[in-house]
Design a protein around this ligand. Structure first.
Ligand SMILES: [Fe+2]
Length: 484
């Protein structure tokens, strides 16, 4: 017995050493070349322009060297900045020997005007960048959407993010009329590591000029309390969301669009389990989503969130989105929902009037899968979307990284004075008006994920949603009686 134990522990050593070497190699790789000897930030860099709810207000965020104790934005309508106004910035994050992060808010901007700006302090200033404030009087409004930028590897490489930055630059150059960029979350691999953000920011240079808004994904939302802590420090976002969840949830109005931004990751319960929210907060958030959508009389109601409601691969957060938020979208007659997370391009049919588009702008791909609710699904292609709106139509066009069109759909305005009557069929759990294998899959996902009880899912009406319900629904799909 003793001999055997001794032999076993002796034999383990080489494996332990190999494992340790691997962990060391991976953790060195994960921080990347940029992290060698600190992050190498020695002046103002990585400026991003982020619009507020109010059209005449923009925040500018950036990084500076670690020892810097103040920051400013100099800005004006003259490129020389000879008549520049100066706004003092606040520090949002200080990270040891690596960097400091800054934010400043410019108010009272003229809509439709182009502003030039630089960031910094003392004798240390960034290059001059420019942005244009969205026009107030026009109903035409175009914006660009970018799904997950994040990469698959433990050793996320600068060259991968350079390819993503190139895709963004291609999109922006091809669409100079776009007034806003929207990022659908999972921008980085490690949301609480500055080196991950540096890889992203150093290639997100287009957003020094094109205003950008974002939602957090699961990769941003892994701080100790389950919040997207570093993300919330680095970005300054509109603050009209539900109490305690400002910036994680918010909405803006531009052109004839009302765009609502949601942190779907809260439905993973990460914040609940780690103390970042209470059970009651889910109700506060649902009420805010419904009230915010109902309060808008914009022609186009658009939702942006990281997780899909209609999942290509089964996902517990998607099951929760489908159960808890999709009824709110349908009630408000939302037109378009933009999401990501599952790394394929997918556009659904209009499901109870709502079209769902899943994008991926990085080069981490999941395999496409047979689902019954999609109109178009394309695997293994990095892509971006142009959403082009006026009061008469909304056109969503998807392009690959070369700017070649891969999909297009045009939506007509809804008459929201008419309350739609859906042909609710028992068992049609994904609301596409047919009962088939996809509904069985929705039910199985709900069972696997221990989703909360729902009448629709309780096929045999015995007060529980379990495998017997899935069995009955599968029988019904196969042409059996489906009676318990
Ligand atoms: Fe994700």
């Amino acid at each position: 017995m003793w001999i055997n134990k001794q032999w076993t522990s002796h034999r383990r050593w080489p494996f332990l050493l190999i494992a340790l070497a691997l962990i060391l190699a991976l953790s060195l790789g994960a921080t990347g070349a940029l992290a060698q000897g600190g992050l190498g930030v020695n002046g103002p860099c990585y400026p991003l322009v982020l619009p507020a709810t109010a059209k005449d207000t923009m925040s500018i965020v950036w990084w500076d060297a670690p020892e810097i104790e103040s920051g400013n934005v100099r800005y004006g309508t003259d490129q020389s900045l000879s008549d520049a106004s100066v706004v003092a910035a606040g520090q949002t994050r200080s990270d040891g020997d690596n960097y400091t992060a800054w934010t400043a808010t410019l108010t009272g901007l003229e809509t439709g005007a182009t502003y030039y700006y630089q960031v910094g302090q003392g004798n240390s200033w960034s290059a001059v960048h420019s942005f244009t404030v969205a026009n107030d009087s026009e109903t035409d409004f175009d914006f660009l959407y970018f799904g997950d930028a994040q990469y698959n590897e433990y050793t996320t490489k600068d060259s991968d993010y350079a390819a993503w930055g190139q895709l963004v630059n291609t999109a922006v150059a091809a669409n100079p009329q776009a007034e806003l960029a929207v990022l659908g979350g999972d921008m980085v691999q490690q949301g609480q590591q500055a080196a991950s953000w540096q890889l992203f920011l150093s290639n997100a240079t287009a957003f020094a000029g094109l205003p950008v808004l974002t939602v957090p994904g699961n990769h941003e939302s892994n701080a100790v309390n389950g919040k997207p802590a570093m993300y919330l420090d680095l970005f300054t976002l509109p603050d009209n969301g539900p109490a305690g969840f400002e910036e994680e949830f918010y909405s803006i109005d531009r052109g004839d669009c009302h765009i609502q931004f949601l942190s779907s990751n809260i439905l993973s319960n990460e914040q609940l389990l780690k103390g970042g929210m209470t059970a009651e907060d889910f109700t506060v958030i649902k009420n805010w989503i419904a009230a915010d959508l109902a309060a808008s009389d914009a022609t186009w109601k658009i939702v942006v969130m990281h997780h899909p409601a209609y999942a290509v691969t089964s996902d517990s957060v998607s099951a929760a989105v489908l159960e808890q938020w999709v009824p709110l979208f349908e009630e408000a007659q939302v037109d378009l929902v933009l999401c990501g997370h599952q790394h394929v391009y997918m556009r659904t049919k209009a499901l109870h009037g709502v079209t769902y588009v899943m994008g991926v702008s990085g080069a981490k791909y999941y395999a496409p899968a047979e689902v019954n609710f999609d109109e178009v699904q394309i695997g293994y292609v990095s892509n971006y979307q142009l959403i082009s709106t006026n009061s008469g139509s909304l056109t969503m066009t998807a392009y690959n990284s070369q700017g070649t069109e891969i999909d297009r759909v045009t939506l007509a305005p809804k008459d929201r004075t008419v309350i739609p009557v859906w042909h609710d069929t028992p068992g049609d759990l994904n609301a596409d008006d047919v009962v088939d294998e996809a509904d069985v899959e929705v039910l199985l996902t709900a069972i696997r994920c221990n989703a909360a009880y729902a009448d629709d899912y309780d096929i045999n009406n015995d007060g529980a949603v379990d495998i017997r319900d899935a069995q009955l629904l599968a029988l019904q799909v196969a042409g059996g009686t489906g009676n318990d």
